[in-house]
Design a protein around this ligand. Structure first.
Ligand code: SF4
Length: 367
């Protein structure tokens, strides 16, 4: 397939691996965090860690939108969905994420709730249009990549005057999460970041500058194909060896320095930053998520249905919070591959293909 196969060439991957091995200093350790679940998936799928020298470690970050939603917000969605007047529209992965006491949207639907899996935010708008007697709620999740489609749905709903459409907004912000990881009172050793691919197509390269300049952590924005990831690791090794800390863009075929200006303007018109938002693993992080602007308050499901999120603890046996902070790996969890598999997920990291546990399990990564 044109523009894909070129980035999956095994011989080239081995050449880059040889360059990494030649340039990595044998007497030091390198620890790079891949923020995105898409990179975690690629690393597991193509066995990239097996190509790296022993002193180079990849740390999985919190960039899986399904994984980072805390139990309390899942409980909110389930409560909303159980309202007999509500039709809840959600992406498929959210159906199986466990809430409190083993509840999930999947189980709520089996018990009679009207929950529909959709592929696009505009599917939810269409359902609201064609079923005016239903209160249609779109369960909006994700980082900066999925925010513009929600903004488009919001604007369409307003233009159409849909009084039965609302959004349960859970969009979160990547740079703030990266800062939270670096500001952790007990920080883990990170020498640099493999920067997000799709998120960067929207926000561009500028928001990462503070990590390079203030925190002295190099960032290399990388595509999701295996050669992208390998090349970004080589670029990070070079920056570390040369004591540079810069934002570099490996993914030049898709990411521009200023990102997608139109998409960002649309998001700025429809959303504003929340004061606080809880993340699974990171806890409550100020200014790390978005909510609807007052001009769109009529479409805010939290206002329409008086949602007041209550914190709920993760399953104590699940290590997702530590995995999302880069402190543990999936195989460190006692339930990995035993009680917890993609068919029977105990935690969110086993649900989505971008979750570290699902990626490791699917591709047989047991270390
Ligand atoms: Fe949680 Fe399952 Fe991963 Fe363990 S294997 S950390 S229970 S998602």
């Amino acid at each position: 397939m044109k523009y894909v196969d070129e980035y999956r060439d095994g011989a080239l991957a081995r050449d880059i691996a040889a360059a990494i091995a030649a340039e990595a200093q044998p007497d030091r350790l390198y620890a790079f965090m891949e923020f995105c679940g898409g990179h975690t998936h690629a690393i597991s799928r193509y066995g990239l860690e097996d190509l790296l020298p022993p002193g180079l470690r990849l740390i999985h970050g919190p960039g899986c939108p399904v994984c980072v939603l805390p139990v309390g917000r899942i409980d909110d969605a389930i409560r909303l969905a159980r309202d007999p007047a509500v039709t809840m529209c959600t992406y498929a992965d959210m159906m199986r994420v466990p809430g409190s006491n083993g509840a999930s949207l999947m189980k709520a639907r089996a018990a009679g709730a009207d929950i529909r899996m959709i592929y696009s935010s505009l599917d939810a708008v269409r359902i609201a249009e064609t079923e005016p007697a239903r209160q249609v709620v779109f369960f909006a999740i994700g980082f900066e990549t999925t925010t513009p489609p929600t903004a488009i749905a919001l604007r369409q709903a307003m233009q159409k005057g849909l009084a039965n459409f609302s959004i349960f907004c859970n969009h979160v912000l990547t740079p703030v999460a990266m800062r939270a990881i670096l500001d952790d009172p007990e920080p883990i050793a990170i020498d640099g970041f493999i920067g997000p691919a799709h998120v960067s197509t929207i926000i561009g390269t500028e928001p990462y500058r503070e990590f390079a300049e203030t925190y002295r952590k190099p960032v290399v924005i990388a595509g999701f194909e295996p050669l992208d990831v390998m090349q970004s690791i080589l670029m990070l090794v070079r920056q570390v060896n040369q004591q540079r800390s810069e934002v570099e863009n490996e993914y030049i075929r898709a990411v521009r320095p200023d990102g997608n200006v139109t998409a960002r303007a649309l998001c700025a018109e429809t959303f504003e930053v929340r004061e606080n938002f809880e993340w699974r693993g990171l806890g409550v992080v100020p200014a790390s998520a978005l909510k609807l602007r007052d001009a769109y308050a009529a479409f805010d499901a939290e206002k329409r249905f008086a949602v007041h999120t209550v914190h709920a603890d993760d399953n104590p046996a699940c290590e997702c919070p530590a995995i999302l902070r880069g402190r543990k790996r999936p195989a460190d969890c006692k339930l990995f591959g035993t009680a917890c598999t993609p068919e029977t997920p105990v935690g969110a990291c086993m649900v989505s293909s971008e979750g570290a546990c699902a990626a490791h399990w699917t591709y047989g990564r047991f270390r």
